[in-house]
Structure formats: C-alpha cells, structure tokens
Design a protein around this ligand. Structure first.
Ligand SMILES: CC(C)(COP(=O)(O)OP(=O)(O)OC[C@H]1O[C@@H](n2cnc3c(N)ncnc32)[C@H](O)[C@@H]1OP(=O)(O)O)[C@@H](O)C(=O)NCCC(=O)NCCS
Length: 213
C-alpha cells in the first residue's frame, strides 16, 4: 500500500499557507513524514511567548484509519461505517491530510476526485474536522488549502462539497476560500437539516456538469 501512496509535501513560506503561497512538491514513492509546518500565532501563545507548530501529513498507514474515524465520528449525528472511510483513503490516499500537534492528530480532511463521462476531473471534499480545542488556529483552512491545491495540481476543474445550512464556521471557512453556494438541498442530512452544496470552480470548462438535484 505504501508503495502506491502519492505523497505531497507542502513547504512553508508563510505563517498561514494559502493557495499560491505554498510550494507543493510531488514526492511519489518516498517515505513520507510530516512536512508542512503551520505556526500557531493565537493570542495565548503570543502572550506566553511560545510558538506552537502544527505539522501535516497524508494518509500512508492503516493505523491512521482509527484516528480518522475518531476525529470524524464525533462530529456526525450518524457515524459512517469503516467501509466508507476505507473507500476514501484507499482510493485517494493522497487526498487525505492530517494535522498534528507533536504526535497527536488534531485535524483531518478527506477528499476524492473522479472523472465525468466527458473526461472532466471533479474534486469533492467529503470530510473535514478539527479537534474542538484546536479550532480557530488556521488548521481547517490549511488542511482545505492543501486538499484544494493537490486537486488543482491533478487538474480538477471544480471542487464541491455539502455542509449543513446551520454550520457557520464551515460556511465562513469555505467562503473565505472562494467557494460559492450552488444550491440548497432540502433535509439532506439524517437529522433533517438542509444542506448547501458549495462549489469552487478552478478552471472554466464548458464540460462542467450541471447539478443533478
Ligand atoms: C469547520 C472547521 C473544520 C473549521 O476549522 P478551524 O481550524 O477552526 O478553522 P480555521 O481556524 O482554519 O478558520 C478559517 C476560517 O474559517 C472561519 N471560521 C472558523 N471557525 C469559525 C467560527 N467559529 N465562526 C465563524 N467563522 C469561523 C473564519 O473565516 C476563519 O478565518 P479567520 O480565522 O481569519 O476569521 C471546524 O470548526 C470543525 O471541525 N467543525 C466541526 C466539523 C465540521 O463542521 N466540518 C465541516 C463539514 S463540511
């Protein structure tokens, strides 16, 4: 499995990486370790003069499945089955990124990319979560930017996702990354809450599919 993992390494240039400001280096078939660094500049840390650094890695080890499950399950009203997690991480290991504080996993993003019948590459963000006590420090944004940049490098024409209508942090995060609201999906979730489908168009394509809902 390790042999097939496509590995991406973000080399830090700025405190808060954003698209176009980080170099993404393809390091296929090399032993992957945590590589990207995000310095935590929260007020508390500034006050104490400490600088906390977060690191990032992609999926490269079966043992990370349990971590992934525990990070995501606590955010869901209906837990996913292990097969759902496996479907994503084994098909698109290079589109699953973790954030770490030391050796503690504190955030994750899980994505996939598929080709339409017209041959257009479509990206999809399936899951994103940051541990409660690590939120508002730029981790969610950094993970999203890594995923977007990786999918852009793989020639995704568009990236989409769904999020609860009531999820203000997620809506604000994705809006700050350029996602726009494509449509409202009525009672999309098991808890009866509506969703917004968001999309980020990466390059113009007359072949982009229209939403089916
Ligand atoms: C959504 C989530 C991943 C954001 O992670 P995070 O690490 O806290 O986000 P960041 O610190 O990177 O914030 C980036 C931007 O998102 C927005 N944002 C994040 N948290 C916010 C909040 N509580 N209220 C309003 N905006 C918020 C802001 O625009 C922020 O930029 P700013 O700090 O410059 O204002 C996190 O809240 C989470 O894990 N929520 C539960 C799971 C979930 O909802 N996942 C998304 C499903 S689609």
């Amino acid at each position: 499995m390790d042999e097939d993992v496509s590995e991406a390494v973000l080399v830090e240039k700025n405190l808060s990486p954003s698209i176009g400001e980080t170099d993404l280096v393809d390091k296929n078939h090399s032993a992957y370790q945590e590589e990207a660094v995000l310095e935590d500049k929260t007020k508390d840390n500034q006050k104490s003069g400490e600088e906390q650094q977060f690191t990032f890695c992609d999926f490269h080890d079966e043992s990370q499945l349990k971590v992934l499950q525990s990070l995501i399950d606590k955010e869901l009203s209906e837990p996913y089955s292990i097969y759902t997690y496996r479907y994503f991480v084994y098909n698109w290991p290079d589109l699953c990124f973790f954030a770490l504080d030391g050796d503690r996993y504190v955030g994750v993003i899980v994505c996939k990319m598929e080709e339409t019948m017209e041959g257009v590459q479509m990206g999809y963000i399936a899951m994103l979560a940051v541990e409660v006590e690590y939120r508002k420090r730029g981790i969610g944004k950094a993970l999203s930017e890594m995923a977007i940049e990786t999918m852009a490098m793989k020639d995704a024409a568009m990236i989409s996702l769904e999020t609860e209508l009531t999820n203000k942090p997620a809506l604000a995060l994705y809006q700050s990354l350029g996602f726009i609201r494509e449509r409202r999906l009525l009672r999309y979730y098991m808890n009866g809450v509506d969703a917004f489908r968001l999309k980020l168009v990466l390059h113009d394509s007359s072949m982009l599919p229209l939403s089916e809902d």
